[in-house]
Design a protein around this ligand. Structure first.
Ligand code: MN
Length: 490
């Protein structure tokens, strides 16, 4: 990555004024980092360019890209944050300050990392772009881990797997999450990594040649029907997520049970074109029975939209095809970063949907008032932020987003604090269950209430897994004048 590469990538995106700011930033970084080298022997400034380049690929705005170029200046050079502000303005300086504050604390397991996590959430709540720069920075650091000593490699890779990847996932940035995991995978689990790669052998190569044939057939059939796709490309499943899938009981470490190793992804201008393309796809290749899902008409509970179908491709090879429009694609791949994106026709990508993906960060910022001790904060974070999410439904079909292991108590309080306070029992999919039952994605949860019941049980503080539910329970107990016992919240 050279300054010329970065500039020419910038040319495709920015107007003259913005491009000028980018080239000024490059010139400044070049001077500031002069004489500095990475462990790999590369000039230090290459790292700054690689970070900025990733931010460009993510479709970020000029301030973020410039901040990417300058992100290590105050920490590692003779120039200060004040210099950055004078030359590049307050917004860039704030972003750089945010990244610098996230700091250089060495990761030695979650327990000793609480303060840094706290800082991350404060930074994210203020401006999520800080975290996006941090992801870009981390991606390049991971890709150059090879030149570091083994203990450092392991520490950085583990932090990426434990903290960065789950956060990227929570921000809807699926592709970044996949890249972070794949780069960290061989350092954290070398044997498992070797197992998955040997299992794969040349499967990817074989599948890609099938995908290539299908791409050209589909391109010409769409052209005959006057449908212009924005892109048709093969998407390869990320290695680490393949590994996690193989470990699930239903796959039983058997690669032949996994059908989406490579999928053909078709991105179109609008929903009409999606259905048009689907008709053409099913005429070209016979669909595999029971492998069709229309998540456009019926989005997944997390908001994901696409049509998925599996067809018998050339040579009878089953291939999954994913059909979606531009906005669906940007949201699925880039998550919150899509906030800074525009469609081909120059419209901003659905801002409301991006806001949804950020709602939990705001919630986290609110906790800061409620959560006092480090242990509490860590516990809350582990569950509410770093754990996988499940999506449960109310009897009327509203979706409630919860962490894995959440119980009906959490569900009730996430719907409404009063529903929680009046709760006397719960049904999952019409069957009566105890209040400590762990919910699963797709469960329809009905909370039974008694209006005479006003105060929650003290034990519910144990049953509730989320900070939101615990906060409401504590509040109701306090208002009823009950002792909260050992709980340190005043
Ligand atoms: Mn850096």
């Amino acid at each position: 990555m050279t300054s010329a590469d970065l500039l020419s990538a910038g040319k495709k995106r920015f107007n003259r004024h913005d491009l000028r700011r980018l080239s000024d930033a490059i010139e400044f970084a070049e001077i500031a980092h002069q004489g500095q080298f990475r462990k790999s022997g590369e000039p230090y400034v290459m790292h700054a360019y690689a970070t900025a380049q990733t931010l460009l690929t993510l479709g970020m705005d000029i301030d973020t890209v410039v901040a990417g170029v300058l992100h290590d200046v105050p920490e590692d050079t003779a120039y200060t944050l004040g210099d950055v502000e004078k030359l590049f303005g307050l917004t860039v300086a704030k972003l750089v300050a945010g990244v610098t504050k996230l700091g250089k604390l060495k990761y030695r397991g979650l327990e000793r990392y609480v303060e840094n996590l706290r800082r991350m959430f404060v930074a994210m709540a203020e401006d999520v772009r800080v975290m996006i720069i941090k992801f870009a920075d981390r991606l390049h650091n991971l890709s150059t881990l090879g030149s570091l000593p083994p203990d450092k490699q392991l520490r950085i890779a583990r932090e990426s797997l434990d903290i960065y990847a789950p956060l990227a996932n929570r921000l809807g940035m699926g592709d970044i999450k996949g890249q972070l995991e794949d780069l960290a995978f061989p350092y954290v689990y070398p044997q498992e990594y070797a197992w998955v790669t040997s299992l794969l052998g040349t499967r990817y190569e074989t599948l890609h040649s099938v995908i290539d044939v299908m791409t050209s057939e589909l391109t010409s059939s769409l052209a005959k029907a006057k449908i212009k796709p924005l892109s048709i490309h093969g998407r390869r499943k990320h290695l680490y997520s393949l590994y996690e899938k193989l470990l699930r009981p239903e796959y039983d470490r058997d690669l032949s049970k996994i059908w989406d190793l490579v999928a053909l992804r078709v991105v179109l201008k609008n929903v009409n074109d999606c259905y048009g393309a689907l008709g053409i796809i099913h005429q070209l290749w016979r669909p595999v029975p029971h492998r069709f899902k229309d998540y456009i008409a019926q989005p997944k509970p997390n908001g994901y939209q696409s049509i998925h179908t599996t067809v018998f491709g050339p040579g009878g090879q089953p291939v999954e095809i994913q059909v979606r429009d531009e906005v669906m694609h940007q949201l699925a791949e880039f998550g919150v970063a899509a906030h800074w994106h525009y469609t081909e026709s120059g419209k901003p990508v659905a801002a409301a949907k991006v806001e949804d993906k950020l709602a939990w960060v705001k919630e986290l910022a609110d906790w800061r008032q409620d959560v006092t001790s480090d242990e509490q904060f860590l516990e809350a974070l582990k569950i509410d932020a770093l754990q996988k999410r499940i999506f449960c439904l109310t009897p009327t079909g509203d979706v409630i987003d919860l962490p894995e292991l959440a119980t009906p108590i959490d569900f009730a309080y996430h719907v409404h604090s009063e529903l929680g306070n009046h709760c006397v029992g719960a049904k999952i999919n019409d069957a009566l269950v105890s209040l400590d039952t762990a919910l699963k994605s797709g469960d329809v949860v009905e909370i039974m209430t008694d209006k005479n019941r006003k105060v929650p049980n003290h034990d519910w503080l144990e049953l509730a897994k989320t900070q939101t539910a615990r906060g409401h329970i504590r509040k109701a107990l306090r208002e009823a004048g009950q002792e909260i016992g050992s709980d340190p919240t005043p």
